[in-house]
Ligand binder design. Sequence first.
Ligand code: PEP
Ligand code: MG
Length: 584
Amino acid sequence: MEVFKGIPVSSGVVIGSIFTLDDERRRIPRRTVRAAHVEREHARLRKALADSIAELEATRERAEESLGVEPAKVFAFHLGMLRDPTVIQPIHDMIESERVTAEYAVSTEFRRLASMLSGMDDAFKTKVDDVWDLDRRVLRQLIGEHMSALREMHEKAIVVAPDLTPTQTASFDRNKVIGFATDAGGRTSHTAIMARAIGIPAVVGLGDLSGSAQDGAAVIVDGDRGIVIVNPDAETLEQHRTYNERMRVFRASLSEDVDRPAETSDGVRISLLGNIEFPEEAASVVRYGGDGVGLFRTEFVYLTQEKEPSEEQQFEAYGRAIENLGGKPMTVRTFDLGSDKQTQERAEAPERNPALGCRSIRYCLQNIPMFKRQLRAILRASALGPLRVMFPLVTDALELRQAKMLLTDVKEDLEEDGVAFDRNLPVGIMVETPAAAVMASTFARDVDFFSIGTNDLVQFTLAVDRTNERVASLFSAAHPAINRLIKDVVRTARKHKIEVSVCGEAAGEPEFTMLLIGLGLRSLSVTPSSIPAIKRIVRSVDVPQCERLARRVGSFDSERQVTAFLREQAREIIPEAFDGRSVD
Ligand code: PEP
Ligand code: MG
C-alpha cells in the first residue's frame, strides 16, 4: 500500500483501478509494466510507428501536389528515421530490458537522439527540431491509442496523469471515469472546477504519483482529505467504504432543505445561485435547491469543440440553460478564454505568462467579430428568460466602455433586423483583479452589478498562480488583504445601490459563508453540489452573529489565524462538512 498526499479539489471517495494518461507536450514519466505486458508494449510501438508512417506518407503526397517535390523532401527525412532500425531498435531494447511503457521508451530515445545531434556540426543541429517533431507524432499515436482503450474498457477507471487540461477533463466519459489524480494543479484551477462540475472526486498536486502508477492497479481517491492510496489493504478499503456510507447519510439529511429558502434565522434572504459550465448543469442547480445561475462560464461551450461555436449554437446553448431553469434568473459571462482555458486553435502557441496575457475581455476586444457573435446570441437569449450579462477580468474603465459600446452596436443591429431581446439587459463585471476592486467606485457608475471572483482576485492580489501546486498553501481567500478588498467592494456597491455577489470558489466553501454574510453579501454563486451545505449554514445563523464574526476576522493580521478561526466556527455548525478534513 502506498499513500500520496495532495490537494483535495473535488469531494467524495472512489475506489477503482488506475488508468494512466500521458501528454505528448509534457515530460513522460518513467513507468514500468508487468513482465506479462512487455510484448503488448512492443506491439503498441510497432502500431504507432506504422500509423505515423502512413500519416507522414499521406502528408508528403499532399505537400508534393501543392508545393512541389523539393519542399516535400523534409518528410522523406522523417520517414527515413522512422524506418531506420538504428533509431527504432534501441526503443524496443529499452522496453525489453527495463520493462517500461512504449511512451517512456520513445520519449527517452528521441531525447537522447536530439541531444546527440545538438552536440554535432551545424548540418546535424538543424535536425534537432525534426526529431522533436517525430517524438510528438509517435507519442500522439501511442496516447491516442491508449485513450481509445479507455473508451472500450469495461471497468470503472480512475485517471492518473501528470496534469490534465480543463478540456480533457470535460471530455471524460462519465460512465467510465469515476475520479482522477494528477501530479500538478491547484484547488481553483479550471481542471479542478471541472471535476466539481461533473461531480467526480479528484486530488491534484500529488508530486510524482503518475511515475509510480501502473495501469490496472487498485486505488482509492479521497477527494475530501486529498489522499490517494495505491494498492490499499482490506482494512483501508473498509474504512473508506464506511466513510462513504456516513457521507451518503449526511447528503440525504441536507436534501431535506431543497425546497426551503436560503434564509438566515432572523429572516434575511440570501440568494444562493449555481456556477455552471454547460447548459445541462442548470437543471442540477434547480435540483440542489438553488435560486438560479450566478455564473455561466460560457467559454466551456467553446473549449469542448474544435472551433468557435456559431451564433446559433450559442443561442441554442443559452436557451437550453434558461429552459432548464424554469424562470429562475441567469448571469452569463462572456468568453473568459486564455490563461488555463486555451482553445484548441491557440493551445499550440502558448503565451509566456498566460494568466497575465491576452485573455478574457482583452481577447474578446481583439476579436470583435467573435465577441459580437456572442453578444448577439446572449441578447437573443434574453428574450427567453431573465438574463444578465457580465464581462470577465476588467481592469480599466475604457475596456468596459468599449465592451458596452459593442453591446449597444449589437442591440441596434438586432433592432434593425426586428429580432426580440431584452432592451434593459443588466450589465455587470467580474471584480477579480486588484485594479477593479480598488477602482470599484469608478466601475459602479457604469454597471448594474458586480460579481466578485475570488479565484483570480486571490491569484493577482497575493501573486500566487492558482494552478501551481508548489504555492498552493499560499493560495487562500482567508488572507486579510482579500477580506479588506471584498469589504470595500461591498461597501462601494451598496453606496451606488448596485447588486454585488461572490462567485469564486470561496463562496462554496462552508468556512466562508458566515464571513461573507457578515461582510454584507446577500448573494453567493457556488458549485451546484455545494448549494445544500451552504444553505444549511445560512439557515443556521443570524446576521448579527455573522457581523460579529466578520469584525473579529477584520482584527486578525494573518491568513493562518483567519483560516483556523473560520473553520472552527463553521465546524460547530456543520461538523460533517469537515469530517476527515485536517484542521490546518
Ligand atoms: C474567479 O476568478 O473567481 C471566477 C469565478 O472565475 P474563473 O474561476 O472562471 O476564473
Ligand atoms: Mg476568473
